[in-house]
Design a protein around this ligand. Structure first.
Ligand code: PFF
Length: 449
């Protein structure tokens, strides 16, 4: 093991970095509308349960494997195997995770670029530069390419600086700001006329839907994407955690922090949507479904901010800063996955690996931008619905079946000496062995059918 390997310098640093990876566009635009269209609080209820019984155990598998092996996903999974066949599968899963996460980064950067463009548009609004604002908020390949490019430069700038001086430092600065902006925005929006109707949409449960397979599927996909699972991100962050830390506890904290941002985002987005509706802005599409995803962020909310007059410009600035921060602390964790592999296994310098891999992902983004209608949805679905759960399945198999149980316990005991008598050790090994793979498989089969 090389001594030059990065490590988070504190528990706070790890919590901010891992929560930064988990909290992203998925929490703010995915979760609230998903909840409102899937039975309101009934979805929240299912989501919270799934997050703890499905996503948290899978997340722990990655963290523990990561800290044990102190290496990237390819080397880590290969190292757990006890036969050459399993070693090949392990390396394959690591590689597939690396490709998946690069593809996730390539579509994520496009949306993140929009967030930056809208943030700049709020600034040009303040400066009364109307034509600049119009260009920034109108979709177009040049705008998309320029802002995705800027977003890559920011991501590269942070990752080049390394684990402690880049990822940890920036996550520790940006994540508290994210919480602060989110809370200020919620308080403000809740004072507006019409906000209460949105709260009702969000919080009044439609329990007839709790057992709806579609709801469970959406909640599970949301939880998986939200905790950045299956692609090696949490494994690599786990590999930078000190042996002094109690892993089940810090993993639980990240799960709770991630969930809290999703739940809080609902208190912002849905009231904002109902305020928009009261102001004559369309919030349902032709099929009667709540407008979600990109259209929500780039049409419904900006229309609302426009109607708020000059104050709306500041709200827009705060909101798109919030989105950009959420996106950036996630994208750095994505880029770190292939970077760690090339640095550790291929002996490439960090600087070169970051720049080349950033450029590769950026090139894929450009191809998607120029073939948006054809490729965008397809790449999103391929990576998040197909690849992430499948890879999560393999991680569970490696942690539950392939890895030696004693080695696993020894690892958990580091930083948590009394682990053997705790609740985690009584439930989790059994869980990761049987329950997680079976649930993922069941959900997966349903998805394919
Ligand atoms: N968790 C991020 C979100 O909710 O937006 C997305 C994500 C980050 C997915 C990192 C995958 C990943 F490796």
């Amino acid at each position: 093991m090389s001594t030059a390997r990065g490590e988070f310098s504190s528990r706070f640093g790890f919590l901010m970095a891992a929560t930064g990876s988990a909290v992203g566009l998925g929490n703010i635009w995915g979760f609230p509308t998903n909840a409102a269209s899937n039975g309101g609080a009934a979805f929240l209820f299912t989501y919270v349960i799934l997050a703890f019984v499905m996503a948290y155990p899978a997340f722990m598998a990655e963290l523990i494997i990561g800290r044990y092996s102190k290496s990237n996903a390819v080397t880590a999974l290969r190292g757990l195997a006890t036969s050459p066949g399993a070693a090949r599968v392990g390396a394959g899963v690591g590689f597939a995770g690396m490709i998946t996460v690069t593809l996730i980064l390539s579509f994520y950067a496009i949306i993140s670029g929009w967030m930056l463009a809208y943030m700049f548009a709020a600034m040009t609004d303040i400066a009364r530069l109307e034509s600049a604002s119009t260009w920034l908020t109108q979709s177009g390949t040049t705008r998309d390419a320029v802002f995705a490019g800027i977003f890559y430069l920011l991501t590269i700038y942070i990752v080049v600086a390394g684990v402690k001086n880049g990822i940890e430092k920036w996550s520790s600065r940006l994540m508290p700001s994210l919480y602060l902006i989110l809370i200020i925005l919620i308080v403000y929006v809740l004072t507006l006329d019409g906000a209460m109707e949105g709260l009702r949409m969000y919080l009044v449960p439609d329990f007839s839907r709790v057992a709806d397979p579609q709801l469970i599927l959406s909640a599970m996909g949301q939880a998986f994407f939200s905790l950045s699972l299956g692609v090696g991100t949490m494994l690599i962050y786990g590999s930078y955690v000190s042996k002094k830390e109690n892993l089940p506890a810090i993993g639980g904290m990240v799960t709770v922090l991630d969930m809290s941002v999703a739940l809080l985002a609902g208190l912002l987005i849905l009231p904002a949507m109902s305020v928009a509706q009261l102001n004559g802005i369309q919030i349902y599409d032709e099929q009667g479904a709540l407008i979600a995803g990109p259209a929500l962020i780039t049409s419904v909310l900006p229309a609302l901010f426009d109607q708020m007059g000059d104050g709306g410009i500041l709200v827009a600035l705060a909101f798109f800063a919030l989105m950009s921060i959420a996106a950036l602390t996630s994208s750095i964790s994505m880029l770190e996955v292939p970077v760690a592999y090339f640095v550790e296994d291929r002996g490439v310098s960090r600087r070169k690996a970051v720049i080349v891999l950033g450029a590769v992902a950026a090139s894929v983004s450009m191809v998607i931008i120029w073939n948006f209608g054809l490729m965008f949805d397809w790449v999103v679905r391929l990576t998040t619905e197909f690849s992430q759960p499948l890879l999560g399945f393999f991680f569970a198999i490696f942690a539950g079946w392939v890895w030696n149980r004693n080695a696993l316990l020894t690892e958990i005991k580091q930083g948590y000496p009394e682990a053997e008598s705790g609740l985690f050790w009584r439930i989790w090994p059994w869980y990761i062995k049987f329950v997680c793979p079976l649930i993922i498989l069941a959900v997966y089969i349903q998805l394919i059918i």
